[in-house]
Design a protein around this ligand. Structure first.
Ligand code: NAD
Ligand code: UDP
Length: 350
């Protein structure tokens, strides 16, 4: 298939690129580098030993999107492009609505005009809010607790309406739980700019000496050890699910909404211990107050994805920690230290 990855230089997108390219798909990336580095393209070229077809496009730019769709006939689009920081979305809700929702409307319009009718969408477990029951099934009540989550829910609904209006349009909503880890090469991985919001990148930065200690947000949650429990999933397992979802749309000709998680809850302290074992580094931590808006426990029932896609997560917490550590130790400053080469500057201003 000829596949367009919107937001394909981001953390999950670049791992999906590697899986899709390895399966023989012809993949094009569009991104505006608002939260990624042009260096990713060089890394992907090195890993695949071939050039990457890349377009610098902002999803909010309708004309640029129309131009992109006129360059080649795509069979399907995978839509990763979004702003994703919960705290920032509370401070700048309009930016989140503009980027995420306007960008998605433009993309859906460009797809309609170009008659591209297969979409895989990056949704999130955030659409379940504070779950009533665990593990979470896809038919659980949807409720959001912050503007970022609201954009994901609105985007799911938008896509659902497009499917109802055009019975030939097919979509797969993939509700990711907590993606962590990196490609086994350590050449691509998660590179949050500034202070990481999420647990695994924070642990990685403590391990490599960029931060003194981890703040554990609450030690009095009603969980196994009092710390928050999440369903961490290796990014390569997640990436593989995108390829499986594209196959499903082509094979079954039906829409799809599935959870992507392992089905296992892991506490903050369990992840810390797993990381210490994988890295051989000590991770100092301090238990502090709960973070605003946090919930105690979130983990998936991933059985629907297994039934419909034949997909299940293969990597365990040890592998997630091992690969996250390999990426961080090979790239202590993320992509930043390599960002200033001439070719990067040229790409960034292209
Ligand atoms: P990321 O920020 O690393 O990747 C997103 C990419 O989209 C970036 O490269 C960014 O530059 C690009 N982008 C953003 N807005 C754009 C725009 N208007 N035009 C063009 N490009 C744009 O994030 P990620 O972790 O790879 O997440 C990918 C998707 O998965 C997002 O939609 C996110 O909401 C969703 N998701 C992520 C997680 C997670 O924990 N990482 C969990 C659930 C869902
Ligand atoms: N967490 C923490 N310290 C941090 C970041 C996160 O204790 O610096 C906890 C957080 O309270 C939650 C878990 O780690 O229980 C996962 O948080 P993350 O932000 O990675 O994912 P999310 O809460 O969005 O599922």
């Amino acid at each position: 298939m000829r596949i367009l990855l919107c937001g394909g230089t981001g953390y999950i997108g670049c791992h999906a690129y590697l899986v899709l390219a390895a399966r023989g798909h012809e993949v094009t990336i569009a991104d505006n580098f608002s939260n990624s580095s042009p260096q990713v393209l060089h890394r992907l070229e090195t890993l695949t030993e071939s050039s990457v077809n890349f377009h610098r496009v902002d999803m909010r730019d309708r004309l640029a999107l129309a131009k992109l769709f006129s360059t080649r006939r795509f069979d399907a689009v995978v839509h990763f492009a979004a702003l994703k920081a919960v705290g920032e979305s509370c401070e700048r809700p309009l930016d989140y609505f503009d980027n995420n929702i306007s960008g998605t409307i433009n993309l859906l319009q460009a797809m309609r005009e170009a008659e591209v009718r297969n979409l895989v969408f990056s949704s999130s477990a955030t659409v379940y809010g504070d779950p009533e029951r665990l593990p979470i099934r896809e038919d659980a009540r949807l409720q959001v607790t912050n503007p970022y989550g609201r954009t994901k829910l609105v985007m799911e609904e938008l896509i659902g309406d497009v499917c109802r209006a055009d019975p030939a349009f097919r979509s797969a909503n993939l509700r990711y739980f907590n993606p962590v880890g990196a490609h086994e090469s350590g050449m691509v991985g998660e590179d949050p700019g500034g202070i990481p919001n999420n647990l695994m990148p924070y642990i990685c930065q403590v391990a490599v000496g960029l931060r003194d200690k981890l703040s554990v947000f609450g030690g009095d949650w009603p969980t196994v050890d009092g710390t928050g429990v999440r369903d961490y999933i290796h990014v390569m397992d997640l990436a593989r699910a995108h390829a499986d979802a594209l196959d499903y749309l082509a094979r079954e000709d039906r829409n799809l909404t599935v959870n992507l998680g392992t089905g296992k809850g892991v506490s903050v302290l369990e992840l810390v211990r797993g990381f210490e074992k994988a890295s051989g580094r000590n991770i100092p931590y301090e238990i502090v107050d709960r973070r605003n808006g946090d919930v105690a426990e979130v983990y998936a029932d991933p059985s629907l994805a297994q039934r419909l896609l034949g997909w299940r997560a293969e990597f365990d917490v040890d592998a997630m920690c091992r690969d996250a550590w390999r990426w961080q130790s090979l790239n202590p400053q993320g992509y930043a230290s390599l960002f200033s080469t001439e070719s990067d500057r040229a790409l960034a201003t292209a």
